[in-house]
Write a protein that binds this ligand. Structure first.
Ligand SMILES: CCCCC/C=C/CC(=O)SCCNC(=O)CCNC(=O)[C@H](O)C(C)(C)COP(=O)(O)OP(=O)(O)OC[C@H]1O[C@@H](n2cnc3c(N)ncnc32)[C@H](O)[C@@H]1OP(=O)(O)O
Length: 391
């Protein structure tokens, strides 16, 4: 199951697969001449319920298809509509099995689950060390050293695209950083990107869930941005590579923005049928003037690091080859400055517009809640997922 179908199902949670894999009570417990018995099959289904690690969407689709084939035979239900992405992916997977005999499907299902269980057993043997390092975060690496708390986005293979879980973990990390004894808090990215912005698979949902998910998304967005507006200590963005969408607009809520000369700054909201967030509809025009803000926020012009610096969005640009060394040397020196003075000065600079920013944040989130339900937005997401268009 490669390409488009694989992509269409991201965001489909393990719980949903587990529930679609429940064993009907009337199944018999007889051993067949061919491979796995009904009992083996049922115990594989039960094992799936205990699986701790998400096996990924391609495997989940395979499991779903083989479960359906094993219990109901060949797919003979109507094909779901084109916008019903998840059910269509599931239907495609089942339908692709054609006339595969039930017994073979059952055996394949048992083999798949047994492969998953042994790999999750072996990974659990090496896990404790990794867990300690991550201190409870799955999508971030958080460290505190030399008076600096560093929050590193850690999905390098997905260009640090921000999943729902990631927004929540960043909020928790900021809350912890605001209370720890560090002087400065840093946000950066692992790998080649700072972040490619909102993970577009956050939008992979069935049509009947759209309204509720848009409502919850708007609340999450408002709370997420609110954490940056209220953050009490100096907050620094170490922009190690390209930044897209909300990872650009949020930068104006940081106190320092250091960028590698490899970084670019791109806000393709209109291309996605969406509108600005993170208070950028107010902060960008006030920072760079309405004409330059329009070029970015309405027309999606991608800026180089030097251009972003000239527009006041970036504090300073460093050559990529010396970026990490220069930035961390600078930050370590800053972190030795008197902690309370830094904190109070930050609050004096920021407090003037805090209330206004919260109001703008609420309004932008409300508008986006509507946008996410629009055809323009849906079509743009479909294009990305099917890779007809790259931004
Ligand atoms: C609570 C909700 C709040 C919502 C707030 C709203 C925010 C608005 C925004 O942030 S708008 C911006 C959204 N982001 C984008 O539109 C970027 C989309 N991604 C791309 O255009 C490209 O991936 C790229 C230019 C960032 C990188 O291109 P490149 O060719 O170098 O790499 P790949 O495309 O092959 O990417 C590698 C894998 O990473 C996946 N991926 C990258 N970015 C995203 C993303 N934003 N959402 C989902 N997935 C992303 C990509 O699909 C590849 O995965 P694969 O290897 O499994 O195919």
């Amino acid at each position: 199951m490669a390409g488009v179908t694989g992509r269409l199902v991201r965001g489909w949670c393990l719980r949903a697969v587990r529930s679609s894999l429940q064993v009907p009570a009337q199944l018999h417990m007889s051993k067949t001449a061919m491979g796995a018995s009904q009992k083996d099959f049922e115990s594989a289904v039960n094992q799936m319920k205990l699986l701790k690690k998400d096996p990924g969407n391609e495997v989940k689709l395979k499991l779903y298809a083989h479960y359906k084939q094993a219990t109901e035979g060949p797919c003979n239900t109507p094909k779901p509509g084109v916008f019903d992405l998840i059910n269509k992916a599931k239907w495609d997977a089942w339908n692709a099995l054609g006339n595969l005999p039930k017994e073979t499907a059952r055996q394949n299902y048992v083999d798949l689950v047994s492969g998953l269980s042994s790999s999750s057993d072996s990974s659990s043997q090496v896990k404790p060390e990794a867990d300690r390092k991550q201190a409870g975060y799955e999508t971030l690496v958080m460290t505190s050293e030399d008076g600096i708390t560093k929050i590193m986005l850690n999905r390098p293979t997905k260009m640090n695209a921000l999943t729902t879980q990631m927004y929540q973990e960043i909020m928790l990390a900021l809350e912890a950083a605001s209370k720890d004894d560090s002087t400065i808090t840093v946000l950066t990215g692992n790998g080649s990107y700072f972040s490619s912005g909102n993970d577009l698979t956050n939008f992979v949902i069935s049509p009947d869930e759209l309204e509720e998910r848009a409502r919850r998304g708007a609340i999450l967005l408002r709370d997420f941005v609110g954490c940056f507006i209220d953050f009490p200590k100096p907050l620094v963005a170490v922009v190690n590579g390209p930044a897209v969408g909300i990872s650009v607009t949020i930068l104006r809520l940081f106190d320092l923005v250091y960028a590698s000369d490899r970084a670019t700054f791109h806000t393709p909201f209109s291309h996605l049928g969406q509108t600005p967030e993170a208070c950028s509809s107010y902060t960008f025009p006030s920072l760079m003037g309405p004409a330059k803000a329009a070029e970015m926020l309405i027309f999606g012009k991608k800026l180089t690091a030097a251009e972003a610096c000239a527009r006041g969005l970036v504090t300073e640009v460093f050559p990529d080859s010396t970026f990490q060394k220069e930035v961390w040397t600078r930050l370590k020196a800053y972190s030795k400055l008197p902690r309370n003075a830094l904190r109070i000065s930050k609050q004096m600079i920021r407090n003037h517009e805090k209330e206004k920013l919260h109001a703008i944040n609420a309004e932008e989130s409300r508008i986006l809640q509507e946008r996410w339900q629009s055809d323009e937005c849906m079509n743009a997401i479909m294009n990305f997922l099917s890779r007809k268009a790259k931004l």
